[in-house]
Structure formats: structure tokens, C-alpha cells
Write a protein that binds this ligand. Structure first.
Ligand code: NAD
Length: 425
């Protein structure tokens, strides 16, 4: 193949995959009107000129558009994978060959390669880190303290990353500002709920081709992601059971019409289990023991520790691949358990991750958070910062505009009424 731009450094599966990747990146762009406007503005204004930036994200068609926005903004940037199984190799190839963006990501890379890529990214001496799960930031504060003076700030995409950043802050090791992209309304209302909801079941269906109508689907965790998975499973005709540890969320799930019970009770009933808790060992040996023969388990939370696969592997007499991304664990009891996507984010391992239309808003937040960090360099305290409300609202306004939807605006009488405490009776 012929490259159209100067070739940056890279470590990807196969540069020859670029044409397919370019075609898919362009297709995703059709559903990303907000990020497109940001790309165009950034190309004119160059708000990140002179900034060294590393992005640790799922290397997908949508991330490609974020990477293009950052390149247009003038950043000297580099992209690595935030998960060993989520890279789309054709996209990685196109970013290198067609857009001149350095990428270090290979689908299926082992943990050693994954961590080596994190260190290659840090060798880039970043001023800004875009993180998804906080692996890069955690490595920086643990192993690369000499680079801390270079850091302007970090932006974090996902719930689990925010939990880790808060823990770093509480431990006194987070010495720079961190933008909480996950908490922007235009992020988690849509990405976590509608994005994870649809793409998780897409992953399950692509991997197994099972009919969900009439099946019992157990969703562990009724947060933003869990609500989306439960809602979509119900829409496909499944009987949904929710497990929770938070009593408020358990009431919410009950009033949303789902059965709520502990995992020990749900385990013998489920045909498919989806964990989306951000926690550890939510499905454990005592649950596997009582599951139905052929029960399927998968995870859509950030890390691959929600299902205790080490214990399952230790008990199994045989593990064999029964379809792509689908392994059957044979148990001594004669029963088998089917694991989809090796317990890693199933929507990225077995499908293509979130649809572009939701990542449009998530990545608009990421891009604008980077611009905000640079504009406010030296002025922000170390620790977590919300995306400014006007940025959140502007992203929503641009999205609505692109969707061709208009809404009402407050009349001056309504503004006056809402600002007054004397009105009423
Ligand atoms: N698959 C994806 O593409 C994707 C997208 C966004 C977020 N995530 C990840 O999904 C996970 C959940 O994110 P969220 O935004 O829904 O978080 P959230 O905090 O809104 O919800 C998590 C829920 O899990 C519950 N929980 C915790 N431990 C539990 C246990 N042992 N059993 C049952 N419930 C338990 C919590 O009470 C909470 O209600 C995180 O790891 C996040 O990073 C994945």
C-alpha cells in the first residue's frame, strides 16, 4: 500500500490494513457531527500547538476522530490502547498511514506488551494525558515522578478511572488537575447508558448468535451502564434480574420493573450474566457451582476482574474455544460455563464498542477538556475538576442541532419567575 503522509513511529498489527480502516473511520464520521465541528475549529485555532499529548483509549473508529481533532489542534500526540482486546487493527493502521498519527496498539496484545506501550507513551514526555481507566496516570505517579513537572493535567473517560483518580488524590499523589469527563452529562447519560446498553448486547449476539427473547439475563450493577444493559435486554424480550449492593439503585431497578435479588439466588436462574459494577469478583466460584449447564457469562465493566476467571480456570477440566471470543469451561460436575470476551469489556472485545453517535459527545468532552486545561494552565488546583457546565450544554446544543431538533427557550417572564422567591401562592 502507499502511504499518503509522513510515517510516524508505530507498533501495530499490519499497516496493509489501512484502506479498510480508512473506510470505516470515514463511515463513523457520519455520526459524529459535534466532533467534526470541533475538528474544524481546532484546525483554524490550533489551541494545542506545542503541547505533547498521549491518549490511552480504545483504538476504534470513533477514537480515530478524537485523534484527528487533537492533531488538527496542533498537539504532538501519540495513541495507545486502553485495553489489550479493544484495538481495531485496521483503524490503527489507517491512523498511521493516512493521518500520520503514531499508534502503539495491537488487538490481543499480552499484558507485557500493553505495559510496554504505556511506557512508550510516557517516554513521549506528555504535558496532557487522555486516560481511560487511569493506567497511564497510575504508572506516571508510581514510576515516573520526575515527569510530574511537565504535566498540565489529565482527562479521564470512565467511571473506574475516576474512582482510581479519587483514590490517588486521597493518597496525596495526584499533584495536577484531572478533568472528570465521565461526569459530564453529555458523557455518562448517553455513553454509559445507551452506548454500553446497545453495544454490550451487540457483543454477546455477535459472539454467540443466541436469541435473547425468553432468556433470563442477570445484570450485576444498576449504575449508568447496568441501566442501559437491562433496558436493552428487556427490549429484546429477555427476563431481566438485577443484582446490586446499593439500596437506592436496587429500588430504582425494582421500580423499573426488574426482579432484584442477591447473586447467590440469581446464579441458578440466569442464562446470560453481564457484570457492569466496576468491582471485583462479583461472580465467584460459589456462583459458578450453581449455574445452569451452558450458562454464559460476560463483563462490560472496565477491568477483567469482575468475573473470577482464575478460579473458574483452576477448576475447569478443559477450556476450549467454541466460537470467536467465546470459550467453554468444562467443570468436573459435567456442567459447562461459557465465557464471552475473556471477561474483558465484551462490547469492545466481541463487537465494535459504542456506536459513533454517543462517542461523538464523549470525545467532544475529551477534546474540549484538553483545550480547557491548556487555557487554564497553572490556574487549576490539583485534583478532580468537572467539565464546565457551559461546555456540557454547548455539546448538547450542537448535538440537538445536528439531529434537527429544536427546543423551547425561557421567556423573560419565566426567567424572572425562576429567579424570584417572592412569586407564588
Ligand atoms: N463497556 C463500556 O464500554 C463501558 C462504558 C462506560 C463505563 N464502563 C465501565 O463500567 C463500569 C460501571 O460503570 P457505571 O458508569 O455504570 O458505574 P456506576 O458507578 O454508575 O454503577 C456501578 C454500580 O455497580 C454497583 N455495584 C458495585 N459492586 C457491586 C456488586 N458486588 N454487586 C452488584 N452491584 C455492585 C454499584 O452499587 C453501582 O450502582 C465501570 O467499570 C466503568 O468504567 C464501561
Amino acid at each position: 500500500m502507499t502511504a499518503t503522509v509522513a510515517q510516524p513511529k508505530y507498533e501495530i498489527k499490519d499497516i496493509a490494513l489501512a484502506p479498510k480502516g480508512k473506510q470505516r473511520i470515514e463511515w463513523a464520521g457520519r455520526e459524529m457531527p459535534v466532533l467534526r465541528q470541533i475538528q474544524e475549529r481546532f484546525a483554524k485555532e490550533k489551541p494545542l500547538a506545542g503541547i505533547r499529548l498521549i491518549a490511552c483509549c480504545h483504538v476504534t473508529t470513533e477514537t480515530a476522530h478524537l485523534a484527528i481533532a487533537l492533531r488538527n489542534a496542533g498537539a504532538d500526540s501519540l495513541l495507545i490502547a486502553s485495553n489489550p482486546l479493544s484495538t481495531q487493527d485496521d483503524v490503527a493502521a489507517s491512523l498511521v498511514a493516512d493521518y500520520g498519527i503514531p499508534v502503539f496498539a495491537i488487538k490481543g496484545e499480552d499484558n507485557e506488551t500493553y505495559h510496554r506501550h504505556v511506557n512508550i507513551a510516557l517516554d513521549h514526555k506528555p504535558n496532557i494525558i487522555i486516560d481511560d481507566g487511569s493506567d497511564v496516570t497510575a504508572t506516571l505517579v508510581k514510576e515516573r515522578q520526575d515527569q510530574l513537572p511537565d504535566i498540565i493535567g489529565t482527562t479521564e473517560e470512565t467511571t473506574t478511572g475516576i474512582v482510581r483518580l479519587l483514590a490517588m488524590f486521597n493518597d496525596g499523589v495526584l499533584s495536577f488537575p484531572a478533568m472528570n469527563v465521565n461526569d459530564a452529562e453529555t458523557k455518562h447519560f448517553f455513553d454509559n447508558r445507551y452506548g454500553t446498553g446497545q453495544s454490550t448486547l451487540d457483543g454477546v449476539i455477535r459472539a454467540t448468535n443466541v436469541l435473547l427473547a425468553g432468556k433470563t439475563v442477570v445484570v450485576a450493577g444498576y449504575g449508568w451502564c447496568g441501566k442501559g444493559v437491562a433496558m436493552r435486554a428487556k427490549g429484546l424480550g429477555a427476563n431481566v434480574i438485577v443484582t446490586e449492593v446499593n439500596p437506592v439503585r436496587a429500588i430504582e431497578a425494582t421500580m423499573d420493573s426488574f426482579r432484584v435479588m442477591p447473586m447467590s439466588e440469581a446464579a441458578p436462574q440466569g442464562d446470560l450474566f453481564v457484570t457492569v459494577t466496576g468491582n471485583k469478583h462479583v461472580i465467584r466460584p460459589e456462583h459458578f457451582e450453581v449455574m445452569k449447564d451452558g450458562a454464559m457469562v460476560c463483563n462490560s465493566g472496565h477491568f477483567d476482574i469482575e468475573i473470577d476467571l482464575k478460579s473458574l480456570g483452576a477448576t475447569a477440566t478443559e477450556v476450549r474455544e467454541v466460537r470467536n471470543f467465546t470459550q467453554q469451561y468444562q467443570l468436573p460436575s459435567g456442567k459447562s460455563i461459557v465465557v464471552i470476551g475473556e471477561g474483558r469489556l465484551v462490547n469492545l472485545a466481541a463487537a465494535e464498542g459504542h456506536p459513533s453517535a454517543v462517542m461523538d459527545m464523549s470525545f467532544a468532552n475529551q477534546a474540549l477538556a484538553c483545550e480547557y486545561l491548556v487555557k487554564n494552565k497553572g490556574k487549576l488546583e490539583p485534583g478532580m475538576h468537572s467539565i464546565p457546565e457551559d461546555v456540557d450544554r454547548e455539546i448538547a446544543r450542537l448535538k440537538l442541532q445536528a439531529m434537527g431538533i429544536q427546543i423551547d427557550t425561557l421567556t423573560s417572564e419565566q426567567v424572572e419567575y425562576m429567579n424570584s422567591w417572592t412569586a407564588g401562592t
